[in-house]
Design a protein around this ligand. Sequence first.
Ligand SMILES: Cc1cc2nc3c(=O)[nH]c(=O)nc-3n(C[C@H](O)[C@H](O)[C@H](O)COP(=O)(O)OP(=O)(O)OC[C@H]3O[C@@H](n4cnc5c(N)ncnc54)[C@H](O)[C@@H]3O)c2cc1C
Ligand code: FES
Length: 335
Amino acid sequence: MTFTVSVKDSEIAFDCGPQQNVLDAAERAGWAIPYSCRKGVCDSCVGTLVAGTFQVPGRGKVSGPAEVRLCHAHPKSDVEIAPKRVEQRTPPVRKRLTTTVHRRRQVAPGVTILDLRYPIGRRTPFRAGQFLNIILDDGDTRSYSLANPPQYNDLAQLHVRHEPGGVFSARILQQLEFHDTVEIEAPFGEFFVDDRSEAPITLLATGTGFAPMRSIILDHAARRLTRPIHLYWGARTLDDLYLLDTVETWTKRYPWLRFTPVLSRPHPGWEGATGHVQDVLIADHTDLHTHQIYACGSEAMTNSAADALARERGVNPERFHADAFVSAAGAPAAV
Ligand SMILES: Cc1cc2nc3c(=O)[nH]c(=O)nc-3n(C[C@H](O)[C@H](O)[C@H](O)COP(=O)(O)OP(=O)(O)OC[C@H]3O[C@@H](n4cnc5c(N)ncnc54)[C@H](O)[C@@H]3O)c2cc1C
Ligand code: FES
């Protein structure tokens, strides 16, 4: 049995089985709805159930009107929904691959860069900014942004923050040796630069939120684009900006790139920006309404940036894109 999901105030309608979630069904039908974690944690996919009934894990049957996470919404009847955004898109081609560890290096006290090689002859096309899922032995997944540019798609470079008690980052990662295997599925994500626009691009990153920014900047360079990019990268201390030298080299090479490092716990003598990246961005600009802003890293930063930029600089939510690095283990709240 399948139900019909229709989108309010549009001609859009697609089928969805009772075991499927609306996000997956929309994607298969060629419609992209914003998402990030796909685990009911981040709220990127929250939309309105206008009419009809969903089965929602942790909430039981929910009838419209109600707010729901569309990645966790399974129809119990025909439904009408109003997502934040919906765009026509060719359904993504995802691959599940057994990769091998090429290199693992700790680059800061709490950060490891992990290079994974795909099997010979296998490539995974993706867009700069997207992420992959590591598949653990029990089938659970962990999301990591691809830090390599799409021009190098026979490998995956991951920038992994060590989470205390984390199954992957604190245990599995620390034991990985050269040539060990890691199961992955890629690509996922709606976090990539809107190529239809010529607007200046602002990248806001905290910690390992730099990973997708690396991919975006190297992709920009490889495609010889000249649209201005300004990267704000925030961390507690200078050591936490684990590829600072690399970014400074890029700023000398690429005239379209500006870089503002931001420290929240600066050492004595630091003359750069201090505080939170979103506050420094706001202080730097009286008007940001023409910018496209991409934010990646801690959920506290992405949420605070979304609110502050809309409130204080009139940034239209359509121009603000974020991947919050929520924990896979975080318990979903009540939405
Ligand atoms: C789209 C996306 C992209 C991401 N990209 C990156 C990236 O490039 N780099 C990066 O470093 N991170 C990234 N993340 C975040 C990363 O996926 C999570 O931090 C992930 O949970 C880490 O996995 P882990 O196995 O190390 O830790 P987990 O086992 O998931 O544990 C994470 C934390 O939660 C705690 N915890 C465990 N169980 C529970 C529980 N039941 N309730 C509450 N807390 C619990 C643990 O103690 C630990 O501190 C991304 C997340 C998303 C959604
Ligand atoms: S994508 Fe649905 S809550 Fe994160």
